[in-house]
Design a protein around this ligand. Structure first.
Ligand SMILES: [Zn+2]
Length: 93
């Protein structure tokens, strides 16, 4: 649990690290899922998020279960963009 006890960001060295709950998105094959209420340490300077070992294991278990749809609390509709469209738009005078 060394990562939890040292309250210094390993990314930028800031001491402004606080316990919080975050949400994160995970790809599983072609499916995108969001997990909320993940306990994490968050750096106030660079916004890097750190999970302790228990949390990492818990996320691995969720992933191992395949994020079953019947356990989902809600569903999000998300817009999908293609960078190709952006590149095409830029080439038009
Ligand atoms: Zn940081």
């Amino acid at each position: 649990m060394e990562a939890v006890q040292q309250q210094t960001c390993t990314n930028c060295g800031s001491a402004d690290v606080h316990a919080s709950h975050v949400r994160s998105a995970f790809w599983q094959d072609d499916r995108l899922v969001v997990v909320e209420d993940i306990p994490a340490l968050v750096c106030g300077a660079c916004a890097e998020q750190f999970y302790d070992d228990n949390t990492v294991v818990g996320l691995d278990l969720l992933r191992g279960e395949g994020f079953p749809a019947e356990k989902a609390r809600a569903e999000l509709r998300v817009p999908v963009f293609s960078f190709v469209d952006r590149a095409a738009a830029k080439s038009v005078p």
